[in-house]
Design a protein around this ligand. Sequence first.
Ligand SMILES: Cc1cc2nc3c(=O)[nH]c(=O)nc-3n(C[C@H](O)[C@H](O)[C@H](O)COP(=O)(O)OP(=O)(O)OC[C@H]3O[C@@H](n4cnc5c(N)ncnc54)[C@H](O)[C@@H]3O)c2cc1C
Length: 351
Amino acid sequence: MDKPIDYIIVGLGLAGLAFAEELEAQGKTYMVFEDNSQTSSQVAGGMYNPVILKRFTPVWNAQEQLEVAIPFYGFLEKKLSGLFDEQLPIYRTFKSFEEQNNWFIAADKPVLQEYMDPELAEVEAKHVISPFKAGRLKHTGRIRVKELLNAYRDKLASKNLLRLEQFRYERIITWEDHLEYGEVKAGRIVFCEGNGIKKNPFFNNLPLTGTKGELITIHAPDLELNYVVKSAVFIMPLGDDKYKVGATFNWKDKTNLPTTEGRAELEKKLKTVINCEYRVVGHEAGVRPTTGDRRPLIGVHPDNERFAVLNGLGTRGVMIAPLMAKKLYQFIENGRPLEKEIDIRRFKSKH
Ligand SMILES: Cc1cc2nc3c(=O)[nH]c(=O)nc-3n(C[C@H](O)[C@H](O)[C@H](O)COP(=O)(O)OP(=O)(O)OC[C@H]3O[C@@H](n4cnc5c(N)ncnc54)[C@H](O)[C@@H]3O)c2cc1C
């Protein structure tokens, strides 16, 4: 009999990619299944930013996440010979003097000093409307997630480690010392399906709510913006006078389809932020794997230790995925406990 591989990974979004990389780093063998049913990582703006821009408070665990994420993407740039991490400042425009004041107060706090420039910043692009100026964030940027995922797919395909097909849960056979999926024998399966978890009979009781988001891409030659502006929408430069503009939040619709309502909402908001001509050249949507308590869903199935889950990355998959992949790996392989707030056992009674 062929020796089982160590892991099957279901899903190649940011979660699956981060776990595959962890396995590579640890010298483990694996196979990835991906069926293109979810699009969250593919359409993501890709921003990383350690400050919550509504309230000027730190993102949960931001420093620990960034300490792992930045070297992680840097390593992938070398490994895949690509440019994925664009370090870009974010300018948060203010709506009032009160907001300016809130910014000064926050920027003075020890946990935020490193990330928030205490001076008022001028948005120099002349077509951005910002009468109350802006605050500038540091250690921020954008991961080109789609390019990264595509390069990663190619790499896996070239090594015969990728199956572009739907993973069918009912086909798993669990033996005492391994499991089987068709002709693939493996030690464990890590499920990284994003909102696709709803179809997973082993983990679909977990409270993943899912929040749809839409983005448009505009062509705006007069805008001449070379950093991210966050106002009623965020505007992110892509090069060649193109910009991503987003994003909407919809808790009812769970499809990946762009809608006329979504586009109208974004354009309406965009017109309050810029006053130059533009043309919409792209429109995408995806469902973010969000949870009620805004914490990831990490852990091992209570009745079958061969099944694990890496999900619930929410609105910030770029920053959080690499650290969560490490934590899950250490938990599975070395028994290192997971913090209660990320461990799926916090929902024990509901599972
Ligand atoms: C509009 C929008 C903007 C966003 N902007 C940002 C941002 O600026 N910064 C940021 O950090 N995050 C952002 N996010 C959030 C980010 O995209 C998510 O946190 C992250 O992508 C989640 O990754 P994931 O791998 O868990 O899920 P997904 O990306 O959904 O990946 C799951 C994968 O599993 C596959 N799959 C599912 N079921 C199966 C099956 N049965 N068989 C095979 N394959 C399967 C799917 O096809 C998919 O590729 C944004 C999201 C959206 C929608």
